[in-house]
Design a protein around this ligand. Structure first.
Ligand code: GH3
Ligand code: MG
Ligand code: MG
Ligand code: MG
Length: 313
């Protein structure tokens, strides 16, 4: 018997990294062949507001692990076909890019077994019968550490928006999704106008503050399903999922206008700043992420050439 939690809204899963799973609830995967145990733990964890997926079949579990990128993996040792140690070893051979904490739960709670669990890649071990209070605190700690890890590798420190590494991880997924379901989306490369002058006039520290405010402004102004990444320097990328060219252009135009109204003050001097945007929409032919980026970047160049504070497509 296989118990698998079905997401109500499958759309959410087009991007499979926890940092941008739209429901902010952490996702926990539990593998155990004891169905009553699964039901009990799932109840307890869902009560805490966490999302839970469960598996009894270790092969399917490993596939689902790589598909869903849970925030925490909890697994039993005694499983049919393949034991928990082998599941951990299988996962390790995949050379994971992200840290996902792993906890063994087992009735076999001797020192040798625990050592073997840690050697196989487990971060934690809890003996059965499980003490729920201890189980919950341990999970909370693991989830905190996981969150910190995700933020440190995926978020740009200065601007607190996603970084280039995460863009490179994320963008291809939209192309895969497009190939599969023809889900139109738009990509924009945006760049602050005459930013060098800001640094030269007001200093690098203020430049940093402007960058931060710019990124936060965009983040606040776009929809929750849109994503902003700092690509480098004063250049950012915005992904507008399920957004046609005309609509994305309209929204960028509004963003450009709204940002140009924002007044920055430094040493009693006030100034305004603008940015330009290049837009490309994936809605017709199949292009690669690199090509799409290149087209958007070329349009950005056009926007600069045609006078800045505008969007070109
Ligand atoms: P354009 O309108 O053509 O984009 O002109 P620009 O001055 O914005 O472009 P340019 O590429 O000449 O200059 C970008 C500047 O951004 C130069 C660089 O020093 C500055 N910059 C890049 N990263 C940072 C940063 O993290 N902090 C600060 N303060 N400045 C940065
Ligand atoms: Mg078992
Ligand atoms: Mg610039
Ligand atoms: Mg630039």
């Amino acid at each position: 018997m296989e118990l698998t939690y079905e997401y109500e809204n499958f759309e959410h899963l087009t991007i499979k990294t926890s940092a941008i799973r739209p429901s902010n609830a952490p996702l926990i995967q539990i593998i155990d062949d004891d169905v009553s145990m699964l039901i009990l733990l799932k109840d307890v964890l869902e009560e805490k507001g966490w999302m839970v997926i469960t598996n009894t079949d270790p092969e399917k579990a490993v596939n689902q692990y790589f598909e869903m990128h849970p925030d925490l993996l909890i697994l039993d040792i005694h499983l049919p076909m393949k034991d928990g140690f082998h599941v951990l070893e299988d996962i390790q051979t995949h050379n994971e890019k992200y840290f996902i904490p792993k906890m063994i739960i087992s009735i076999q709670n001797d020192k040798q077994t625990r050592i073997k669990a840690y050697q196989s890649g487990a971060d934690d071990f809890i003996g059965k019968p499980i003490d729920i209070a201890e189980f919950i605190v341990k999970i909370e700690r693991h989830l905190q550490r996981k969150k910190m890890f995700d933020q440190s590798v995926l978020i740009d420190e200065l601007t607190q928006v996603y970084n280039r590494r995460f863009l490179e991880e994320t963008l291809p997924r939209y192309f895969q999704e497009y190939k599969r379901s023809k889900q139109v989306f738009s990509i924009s490369v945006v760049d602050i106008d005459y930013f060098k002058q800001v640094n030269d006039t007001y200093g690098h520290l203020l430049g940093d503050r402007v960058l931060n405010e710019f990124a936060q402004f965009i983040k606040r102004s776009i929809r929750s399903s849109d994503l902003i990444f700092r690509y480098g320097g004063e250049e950012f990328v915005i992904i507008f999922p399920r957004t046609k060219n005309k609509e994305a252009k309209r929204r960028l135009t509004e963003l450009i206008h709204a940002f140009s109204q924002k007044v920055f003050t430094y040493n009693e001097k006030s100034f305004t700043i603008t940015f330009s945007a290049g837009l490309f929409t994936v809605d017709d032919e199949i292009v690669t992420p690199e090509e799409a980026f290149k087209y958007a970047d070329h349009s950005l160049y056009e926007a600069k050439r045609l006078g800045r504070a505008r969007v070109e497509t």
